[in-house]
Design a protein around this ligand. Structure first.
Ligand SMILES: Nc1ncnc2c1ncn2[C@@H]1O[C@H](COP(=O)(O)OP(=O)(O)OP(=O)(O)O)[C@@H](O)[C@H]1O
Ligand SMILES: [Mg+2]
Length: 242
């Protein structure tokens, strides 16, 4: 579905990604793990076209999308849940969800209704809070709105960068259960997570990044059992505790 080849990008003249290649098949969950500053967010933001590409190529469904704009990429169904949620605080939960459906605004009404039903079934708490202003929600609830809003857009590829950052452990577990369910529904996802252990448990395939390069890749269970990955990114306690 997505193919990245030799992707270079960065900030101004400073190159952060030095030629990253990876691919994601339809229905797969792919995770990127790597230390702070490895370039994970830079990659996700480059895919969303929030950062300019210096060289390399991105293909989506066999089509070269390297030169497309951020909004064109959204139109194709590559939807990012932005870091830090970026909700419209003064608007209600319901209004925030509606904004998410902008991409599919011309779709039949029934489809939008179904989509909203799906999101509210996924997050019953959002149904209870439908008319509450987003700014007054807890951090976990805000993250539910952010994910729900992305789902309203009918994503074909969902990009998740640190979805669980700063959330309480129990809320993180709930989020991972939700992602598990989305995976069962067949949603294709690219997942960047501080909780590398949980991300590897969920993912089909994984890439390890270090200083702007892919340094390892493979089926997620293999990387999860890889001695070096465990030492560098997981720690034995994470492995043995679940
Ligand atoms: N806005 C920016 N301007 C200049 N350099 C930046 C900017 N954002 C990130 N960088 C640099 O790019 C490199 C990769 O950062 P990036 O945020 O992609 O890492 P990351 O893997 O997402 O890290 P983390 O796990 O901490 O989120 C770092 O060296 C960082 O200092
Ligand atoms: Mg990051």
């Amino acid at each position: 579905m997505l193919r990245i080849e030799g992707l270079k990008s960065g900030y101004g003249k400073s190159e952060v990604l030095h030629g990253v290649s990876m691919s994601i098949n339809a229905g797969q969950v792919v995770t990127i793990i790597g230390a702070n500053g490895a370039g994970k967010s830079t990659l996700v933001n480059t895919l969303s076209k929030l950062l300019p590409i210096m060289s390399g190529r991105i293909e989506f469904d066999g089509r070269d999308i390297t030169a497309l704009s951020a909004s064109d990429v959204v139109d194709l169904g590559i939807i990012q849940v932005p870091e830090g949620r970026k909700l419209f605080g003064p608007l209600t939960v319901d209004e925030n969800l509606t904004l998410g459906s902008y991409r599919v605004r011309h779709a039949p009404k029934a489809e939008l209704t179904d989509r909203r039903k799906f999101v509210l079934d996924l997050f019953p708490r959002l149904a209870e809070r439908a008319t509450q202003r987003a700014a007054t929600l807890s951090g976990g609830e805000q993250q539910m709105v952010a994910l729900g809003r992305a789902l309203m857009a009918g994503p074909r590829l969902l990009l998740l960068d640190e979805l669980t950052l700063g959330l309480a452990p129990i809320v993180i577990d709930e989020m991972f259960e939700t992602l598990e369910r989305l995976k069962r529904e067949g949603l294709t996802m690219l997942l960047v997570e501080q909780r590398a252990d949980a991300a590897l448990a969920l993912a089909d395939h994984a890439y390890v990044m270090a200083t702007g390069d892919v340094v390892a890749e493979g089926p997620a269970p293999d990387l999860r059992n890889d001695e070096r990955v465990r030492k560098a990114y997981l720690g034995e306690s994470d492995i043995t505790s679940d």
